[in-house]
Design a protein around this ligand. Structure first.
Ligand code: SF4
Length: 166
């Protein structure tokens, strides 16, 4: 099976290599994990007036796309600003994939609970950062076995908590 890096795998690889590997192998996290439920609720209830919501393309599940003046904005909704680094890489990946399809867009990480927005721009420097993140994620997902589990603060909220620690 050929595994490809996706936005979600990139996001996870900035937090936990093992989680990135499990996601890449399509091993479903616990759907009843309350933190996954809360995230789903925030995604559904926030920014309801934006016209285009949730677009799925290969390797991408874009929360929203809309025009703002002359710009096309790709919005990624997050629960909190805790994992901004990963959210930024995920969004850079979406911007890069859209650019390959002829669409130049700007990214926005939207954090409704904190009334916060973070602009993400794909430029020369961030493209290097993205390529490094893709290389790292490709190394992780090509491993024959999941990387060793390591207890980190995120484990208590992770959808694979039972898989790893029960
Ligand atoms: S429970 Fe912890 S070690 Fe396991 S995948 Fe999640 S974050 Fe990684």
């Amino acid at each position: 099976m050929i595994l490809v890096v996706t936005g979600t795998v990139l996001l996870s690889s900035t937090v936990c290599d093992r989680e990135a590997w499990l996601i890449a192998k399509n091993i479903e996290p616990d759907q009843y994990n309350p933190f996954i439920e809360i995230g789903r609720w925030i995604h559904t209830e926030s920014y309801k007036n934006n016209q285009i919501r949730e677009i799925s393309l290969p390797g991408m599940k874009i929360d929203m796309i809309y025009e703002q003046g002359q710009m096309i904005i790709v919005g990624e909704i997050k629960k909190s600003s805790k994992f901004l680094k990963g959210a930024r890489i995920q969004l850079l990946y979406y911007l890069s994939e859209m650019k390959k399809r002829g669409v130049n867009a700007t990214g926005k990480i939207l954090i409704p609970k904190e009334k916060k927005q973070v602009i993400v721009v794909l430029d020369e420097q961030s493209a290097v950062e993205l390529n490094e993140a893709i290389d790292k994620a490709e190394r992780i997902i090509s491993l024959p076995r999941p990387p060793q589990k390591k207890r980190i603060s995120f484990c208590s909220k992770c959808g694979y908590q039972e898989f790893c620690w029960s």
